[in-house]
Design a binder for this molecule. Sequence first.
Ligand code: IMP
Ligand code: MG
Length: 176
Amino acid sequence: MKRILSQRQIRRTVRSIAEAVRKDYGDKRPVLIGVLKGSFIFLADLAREINIPLEVDFVKASSYGAAQTSSGEVRLLQDKTTDLTDRHVLLVEDIADTGLTLERLRRHILSQSPASVRVCALLVREGMEPGVVDYAGRVVAPGFVVGYGIDSAEDYRYLPDIWILDGEQAWQIDNV
Ligand code: IMP
Ligand code: MG
């Protein structure tokens, strides 16, 4: 495995997303909706860094199963319970790869009459079309990412740093 982001780099990335969110939301009391399971550590850090009044909820989505490529079909396995009518919603995702999961979830949230919906992702795959992610942390080149909540077939979520699994060619990461 190759380490692409240290705990310190992750912290800096989370902090810069949090600052942008804090500036944009002020006293709007946003609802952060984490996409389970991958976002659970990121959301925990992000919520504390944002440090304005906010609420937290979760949805569970799956497109990967135990595979390392998207099935192209996004299933909503568990829904949030918060009433989102007239609320400002921020979807929180670990990594946007094809962007399909976030697009589907955005549509799902939009159908519940929120005041606004924006999307935040710690990592965004290189070449992602603009408009899918409103707050992006870092851009990653191809290669399967694990650690800091992100899994491969349920393994590696506990790692404090972010890694690319062995056997992958491209593992560089760019600053945004
Ligand atoms: P998308 O729908 O193709 O954007 O895929 C997004 C979902 O797939 C995310 O919620 C991730 O959990 C998962 N995913 C995408 N790329 C990776 C990866 O490199 N490692 C682990 N999970 C990934
Ligand atoms: Mg996920």
